[in-house]
Every structure is written in structure tokens, then in C-alpha cells.
Design a protein around this ligand. Structure first.
Ligand code: MTE
Length: 316
């Protein structure tokens, strides 16, 4: 992962929100029109009701941090989304025409019954909360992001996992036509991630559909992603199409790419450095002075007990 200083985003590179939103609305309309033409005379695909920039009805979450959220223009213009680009300023532009509707998420493996959810029905499975979380990227920058979603445990409980479900594996869409990055060998595509079952069931683990009160912008992982605030950002996998319940530690994209740099657990830990970067401090987007990184990204009171007895230097 490359590092660029967030505060170096020249203001000329940041599209004002009003212009950006208008363009997105125009592009969404144009895409739908194009899709309608393409399907004329063929099988009709019913469009999802919820599309980009839809306002969501939410309640406030007691699990939110009281810190001030990072401005939306930074959250939506400085992204890691390698399926679009390895350049952090690339995904905002390159994801404009990304089709998030219709979109389904398949759930399978060690559960009572496998299912395919339309993303709209998945979104309605539990009440949506505003959850303001810190996000700490392994590259040394951090943000505070007002996500919208519900605890993944709501879905898992409904699926009734069997005793064979030890881990959960998540998979991002594979579509080289839409993801130019998947034509390169930078990662072994599709992007996959995984959690131990107790981590997946932890109330902080968020099945995420929005940010700043609206459906997710494409560059932030529309239409549905995971956010795990006590782990480095790369565990928070975007644009998910598949959730599998398995009895083995799932292979993950970054662990496969560089196992000595990215462990399966990847809990934020200021005492265990990445081979190339210290993890002791971080730069909050919009701030100049670095701040100390907190164990488990400051969520230790809630999650430290998950790792009792584990050597976190070995299980990095
Ligand atoms: N998910 C997929 N599918 N592809 C990616 O490249 N990047 C990860 C994570 N999820 C990534 C992904 C990394 S490295 C980070 S830091 C976060 O997404 C960034 O999320 P954001 O762009 O919404 O801030």
C-alpha cells in the first residue's frame, strides 16, 4: 500500500460536494437509461429501490465515538479501493458508473439454510444506526467516519450457523469490466477477508450500507461492506457479494499478497510494527501533528477479551 500525505490533497483536486453530487445523480440516471436500453427485448431486471445518495432513516448508536467526523469530501476522495486504482485519488472518479443495482449477497456454508439476499432486503433486516467509528489504516493515516449500518450479528443470528461455523469469509464482486484494477495482478482477485466467529458476532462489527446518513458512495464500498473499527482498515472489505461460514481460517487478499506484512488478525496495535512502517503513531486526516495510536484503535475495553491468552506479536 502506498502512502500519500492526506493533507496534501490539493483543493483543486477536491470536487465541491454540490458539483460532485450533481454529476453522480446525472451519471446514475444515464447509467439506468443505458441499462434500460441494453435490456430492452431481453429479460427485465427489476431495479433496486435504493440507489446512490439515498437518505437513510437511522437512530443514534451508543457505540459511536464523540470525536468530530472527518469531512465528507476527504472520506469520499481519499480511498483505498484497489479494484479501481492503487491511487487514493482514483476511486472517486473511476467508480462513478459502478453498477450497484441490482445487487445480491449470497450467504452459504455452515448455516441452517443458504440464501441470496437482494441488498435492499438485507438493509431492512435490522434497524439502521449512525455509528461514528475511528478508522485506522495500516499506512499510518486515520479518519473518523459516521457509518450507517447494523451489527453483523443481526444477520448471523438469523442464519443460525451450525457448530462447524468457526470463521466467516467475505468476498468482493469479481468483475473485470467494471473494476479496471482486477485486470492487474496487484492482488489475487477477488478481494477476500475473514473474521473469527466471535469477532464477527461482536456488536462493533458493522454491516455497513451508508455514511453521513446516505447510502454508501461507490468509492467507499457500495452497496454493502463490513467495518471492523479495532482492526486495520484493509479488514473492512468493500462491495461484498458473498458471505461464507467455514471451519478454517479463510485466505485473505493482503495476507496472501504479503503474509509477513499483513496477518489474519490485523488488530490495531501500536506495539507491533509493520515491517515497513511504525504503527506507534498516526496522522488523522486534516491534522498536522501526529497522534499516538491506541491499542485496538481505542476499542480495547470492548474487544481485548476476545484475544485473552493470545500472543499478539505472533498473531499480528
Ligand atoms: N475492500 C476492497 N474490496 N478493496 C480494497 O482495495 N481497501 C481496504 C478496505 N477495503 C479495499 C477494501 C483498505 S486498505 C482500507 S484502508 C479501507 O477499505 C478504506 O476504506 P475507505 O476508502 O472507505 O476509507
Amino acid at each position: 500500500m502506498l502512502i500519500k500525505k492526506p493533507s496534501d490533497i490539493p483543493s483543486s483536486e477536491i470536487t465541491p460536494k454540490s458539483v460532485y453530487m450533481d454529476r453522480r445523480r446525472f451519471m446514475t440516471g444515464a447509467t439506468l437509461f443505458g441499462a434500460a436500453l441494453a435490456t430492452a427485448g431481453c429479460e427485465m431486471v427489476s431495479p433496486s429501490k435504493v440507489s446512490a445518495n439515498t437518505k437513510l432513516t437511522t437512530t443514534k448508536s451508543p457505540l459511536s465515538t464523540s470525536e468530530t467526523p472527518t469531512p465528507e469530501k476527504d472520506i469520499t476522495n481519499y480511498n483505498n479501493f484497489y479494484e479501481f486504482s492503487t491511487d487514493k485519488y482514483g476511486p472517486a472518479e473511476l467508480s462513478r458508473n459502478f453498477r450497484t443495482s441490482p445487487w445480491t449477497v449470497k450467504v452459504s456454508g455452515a448455516i441452517k439454510e443458504k440464501k441470496t439476499y437482494d441488498v435492499d432486503s438485507l438493509m431492512k433486516l435490522a434497524s439502521l444506526e449512525d455509528r461514528i467509528y475511528r478508522l485506522r489504516c495500516v499506512e499510518g493515516w486515520s479518519m473518523v467516519i459516521p457509518w450507517v449500518g447494523y451489527s453483523l450479528s443481526n444477520l448471523i443470528n438469523q442464519l443460525q450457523p451450525t457448530s462447524k461455523a468457526k470463521y466467516v469469509m467475505f468476498t468482493t464482486l469479481m468483475d473485470m469490466g467494471q473494476f479496471p484494477g482486477q485486470r492487474s495482478g496487484v492482488l489475487d482477485w477477488p478481494y477476500t477477508e475473514g473474521l473469527r466467529m466471535d469477532e464477527a458476532m461482536h456488536p462493533l462489527t458493522l454491516l455497513t450500507f451508508g455514511l453521513y446518513g446516505e447510502t454508501l458512495p461507490n468509492q467507499d464500498g457500495a452497496p454493502v461492506r463490513i467495518v471492523i473499527p479495532w482492526k486495520y482498515g484493509f479488514k473492512s472489505i468493500k462491495s461484498i457479494v458473498k458471505i461464507d461460514f467455514v471451519d478454517y481460517e479463510p485466505p485473505t487478499a493482503w495476507n496472501k499478497a504479503a503474509p509477513n506484512e499483513y496477518g489474519f488478525y490485523s488488530n490495531v496495535n501500536p506495539n507491533v510494527d509493520h515491517p515497513r512502517w511504525s504503527q506507534a503513531t498516526e496522522r488523522r486526516i486534516g491534522e498536522f501533528r501526529k497522534r499516538p495510536t491506541l491499542m485496538f484503535n481505542g476499542y480495547g475495553d470492548q474487544v481485548a477479551s476476545l484475544y485473552n491468552g493470545m500472543d499478539l506479536k505472533k498473531h499480528y
